[in-house]
Design a protein around this ligand. Structure first.
Ligand code: ADP
Ligand code: MG
Length: 248
């Protein structure tokens, strides 16, 4: 029988508002503006996932689907960050890196191909975390105009259906990062108190069981706020980004 596991963020305060961390068997989404720590959190969880369960891990391997560095600076996987974070947790850096399967998507169609490929790896029951950094970036590049919005949302829906299936079938935590809408005139339906809302519309909102807004706080502080959760109240937590990853 499959049991839901929670993977720690690296910050005790952040974990507390999540009830322990990000859950397997469901889809979680963090969204926020540039440099709020989405990619750093992805790296930190890629290490923590491998830790014993009593240390906030899931004793599982990780698949990390990022964007190609040639598109922009977002979403790029940095092995040297994994090395530093592994050291914080007393893990062997090389072994930790070996347990992370990294793939770079060059467009949204390729992103789907990569997802299908990593889903095959999940059959052996060794993987507990799948990261998509970031979910909407490539869809937004590939489907630009208003006239392409329907098609984009259709393809996005297919991708999200696959993610849902993978999460439930293989007891994997799906962790997606997302961008915030920049046009202030857009519908305020999913907006946080400060007006920031994720891109991807209703289809993405429906697929993400847990949604977290990340933003900059005072000084080096960052703030995580639950916007949607099946079992936790809408609380806030602060965290910082260190060389060892996300921390209190
Ligand atoms: P996002 O993906 O949300 O755009 P990132 O996860 O890339 O943001 O986080 C960028 C932030 O992380 C920057 O403020 C940067 O200073 C900080 N950061 C990156 N690496 C380190 C490190 N080794 N030590 C401390 N802070 C770091
Ligand atoms: Mg990023």
């Amino acid at each position: 029988r499959k049991r839901v596991l929670k993977i720690s963020t690296g910050s005790k305060q952040f974990d507390a508002i999540l009830g322990g961390g990000f859950a397997t068997m469901s889809i979680s989404e963090v969204f926020g503006e540039f440099r709020c720590g989405k990619t750093q959190l992805s790296h930190t969880m890629s290490v923590i996932s491998q830790l014993p369960k009593d240390l906030g891990g899931a004793e599982g391997k990780v698949a990390f689907i990022g964007e190609s560095a040639s598109l922009n600076t977002e979403g790029t996987f940095r092995p040297e960050r994994i090395t530093q974070i592994a050291e914080r947790f007393g893990l062997d850096p090389e072994q930790t890196l070996e347990n992370i399967t990294y793939a770079r998507a060059v467009n949204s169609e390729h992103q789907m191909e990569l997802l299908n490929k990593v889903a095959e790896y999940f059959v052996n029951n060794e993987y507990r975390l799948l990261i998509i950094d970031s979910i909407m970036a490539l869809f937004r590049v590939d489907y630009v105009g208003r006239g392409e919005l329907n098609e984009r949302q259709q393809k996005l829906n297919q991708f999200l259906s696959k993610l849902t299936h993978v999460a439930e079938e293989f007891n994997v935590a799906v962790f997606m990062t997302n961008q915030v809408q920049s046009d202030p005139g857009a519908s305020a339906l999913f907006a946080g108190a400060d007006g920031r809302k994720p891109v991807g519309g209703h289809i993405l909102a429906h697929a993400s069981a847990t949604r977290i807004l990340l933003r900059k706080g005072r000084g080096e502080e960052r703030v995580a706020k639950i916007q949607d959760s099946p079992d936790m109240p809408e609380k806030e937590a602060t965290y910082i980004i260190t060389s060892g990853g996300i921390n209190d």
